[in-house]
Design a binder for this molecule. Structure first.
Ligand code: AMP
Length: 276
């Protein structure tokens, strides 16, 4: 990977990079398409990174299908698939962690302790292998993108971070490799994530500025769904990820939700600009 990237750079090529854990869907492909439109070479990595899964999480059963992924990448015109082996990424004597502070410890970081340390460590390794000019992340994982941006800023990586819109199924469910875990009933009930976000948007556009009222109304909707068990709903400033109690005109916020449907943990969010 190093050799390819070095030679491509010498030839004046611009490299775009899309890190993934595979079991690809149109959300991943949208990142690749964005990369293809802006770069000479687009690299997609597939690596199910053990260090970002908690001990009770779904690492071993995380869906994998390399042959199908390869076909999707060829169809979408991907130039390079980087598919490193776990033993090469984490050899026996591996002993380094990349850890971002505050922003890694709230919300997803609180419910999944250690998760973002795993993410920043693997993304750092992948950045050092691929040496991209620009890397593409989905707004689907809004906090992850914010953590990566902080890492890139703090560690002075010469890499642009491009955050791309959430791609959804036609009924509004955010695409996710984990959607495959949902039973047919759960698949319908999972729409409550999106519906509660749309309720929040509606309240905000009707003039509601108090986030505790917005969160309460969202929770009331979620609690009606039998299979749903809520981890959090939160409203944060889009840049800083600071939790907001009152929305201010002209500012941008993420409304975030993390909720289990049955045993499947799903996340979703909405980016909103408060009208003046
Ligand atoms: P993953 O394979 O789940 O680690 O995701 C790899 C990248 O794809 C991350 O930057 C995700 O935010 C992004 N991604 C996942 N789902 C979506 C989606 N529905 N829309 C846009 N990007 C997504």
């Amino acid at each position: 990977m190093h050799q390819f990237s070095r030679e491509s750079k010498k030839a004046g090529k611009r490299i775009g990079f899309v890190p993934t854990m595979g079991y690809l869907h149109n959300g991943h492909i949208s990142l690749l398409e964005k990369s293809k439109s802006e770069n000479d070479i687009s690299v997609v990595s597939i690596f199910v990174n053990p260090s970002q899964f908690g001990p009770a999480e779904d690492f071993s059963k995380y869906p994998r299908n390399l042959e199908r992924d390869k076909e999707m990448l060829i169809d979408a015109g991907c130039d390079i698939l980087f598919y490193p082996k776990a033993d090469d990424v984490y050899p026996d004597d591996f002993q380094t962690t990349v850890q971002v502070g505050k922003i890694s410890n709230i919300l997803e970081g609180k419910f999944r302790p250690g998760h973002f340390n795993g993410v920043t460590t693997i993304v750092s390794i992948l950045f050092n292998c691929v040496i991209p000019d620009v890397a593409y992340f989905g707004q689907k994982d809004a906090q992850q993108a914010a953590v990566i941006k902080q890492m890139v800023k703090d560690l002075k990586y010469d890499i642009e971070i491009n955050v791309c819109p959430i791609i959804r199924e036609t009924d509004g469910l955010a695409m996710s490799s984990r959607n495959i875990y949902l039973s047919p009933e759960e698949r319908i009930e999972a729409l409550v994530l999106r519906k509660s976000l749309l309720l929040a948007v509606e309240l905000i556009y009707a003039g509601e500025k108090d986030t505790s009222i917005i969160k309460t109304k969202m929770k009331e909707m979620i609690f009606l769904i039998k299979s749903a068990s809520l981890d959090y709903v939160e409203v944060v400033e889009a840049d800083s990820f600071l939790i907001s109690s009152e929305l201010k005109a002209g500012k941008q916020y993420f409304i975030l939700i993390a909720c289990k449907i049955g045993t499947t943990r799903l996340i979703d969010n909405e980016l909103i600009i408060i009208p003046f």
